[in-house]
Design a protein around this ligand. Structure first.
Ligand SMILES: NC(=O)c1ccc[n+]([C@@H]2O[C@H](COP(=O)([O-])OP(=O)(O)OC[C@H]3O[C@@H](n4cnc5c(N)ncnc54)[C@H](OP(=O)(O)O)[C@@H]3O)[C@@H](O)[C@H]2O)c1
Length: 236
């Protein structure tokens, strides 16, 4: 009988999540994909083929997460790059870039792992998504705090959920759809600024981030760690 592994990716219909889904499918695994847009989900399922299935899900909605995992097969892994948020200064006092940011990025992943728990194999691997602003903020203090909180969450969950492994991927600026969907002038000036901040002087690629996530999914001795895939940004 075929011994196929299944991985769930919430935020798997674009960018880093979709790139990881492609890598998993190409090596023979199955992937359960989630995202909010029906259209993006359908086109990703069509593109990646028969080893994928998917459901619409909003990571900020606990009921939606419960429905997403209901009838899920046993899972070898979970990756949660889904998040939609805005960033801003502390002085602005805006809820959008403070509490709502945490609701989208921190609490979304927190409850996603909780909803997935009954379906995770004892040797499953969870990869959370933070961002290298956790250790080197550029303004937006709540965004720095949210990413640090996710890295702390990975450490806490690694202890409580062992032998399930839990790690965090912390990317630097990456040329994903998150940036490609923004106006050219905003994207180009962010990329130019990024080049002055990191050692490799270029944004990362979605494939590089997906490879890093795959390493965390696969390596049986990695747990409670954060992997900074950031072109040396956090060195300076
Ligand atoms: N790209 C970067 O420069 C960078 C740097 C550091 C950290 N990150 C982190 O990487 C993650 C984004 O990955 P990406 O760059 O590959 O972005 P992306 O291409 O925009 O992909 C985001 C994915 O998440 C889904 N999504 C967004 N909000 C969702 C929600 N509320 N519920 C369910 N799915 C949702 C999107 O589909 P729908 O819109 O259809 O829901 C899409 O599949 C974020 O956590 C971000 O903070 C990115």
């Amino acid at each position: 009988m075929e011994n196929t592994r299944t991985y769930a990716i919430i935020g798997g219909t674009s960018g880093i999540g979709r790139s990881l889904a492609r890598m998993l499918v190409e090596r023979g695994d199955r992937v359960l994909l989630g995202g909010r847009s029906h259209q993006r989900l359908d086109s990703t399922l069509k593109e990646l083929g028969q080893r994928t299935s998917g459901r619409v899900v909003d990571i900020t909605d606990r009921a939606s997460l419960e429905i997403f995992f209901r009838q899920s097969p046993r899972l070898s892994g979970l990756f949660t790059p889904a998040a939609t948020y805005v960033t801003g200064t502390f002085a602005s006092g805006a809820l959008e870039s403070s509490e709502e940011l945490f609701r989208a990025k921190f609490w979304g992943q927190y409850w996603a792992v909780h909803s997935a728990l009954p379906y995770l194999n004892p040797d499953a691997s969870v990869v959370l998504m933070s961002g290298a602003a956790s250790v080197r903020p550029i303004g937006a203090p709540a965004y720095a705090a949210c990413n640090s909180a996710l890295e702390g969450l990975a450490r806490g969950l690694a202890l409580e959920l062992a032998p399930i492994r839990v790690n965090c991927l912390s990317p630097g600026t990456t040329d994903s759809d998150l940036w490609r969907n923004r106006p050219d002038d905003i994207r180009n000036s962010a990329y130019d600024h990024w080049k002055t901040l990191c050692a490799l002087k270029r944004p990362g690629t979605v494939e590089e981030q997906a490879q890093a996530a795959l390493f965390l999914l696969d390596n049986g001795n990695m747990t409670g760690s954060t992997l900074y895939c950031d072109g040396g940004y956090t060195l300076r």
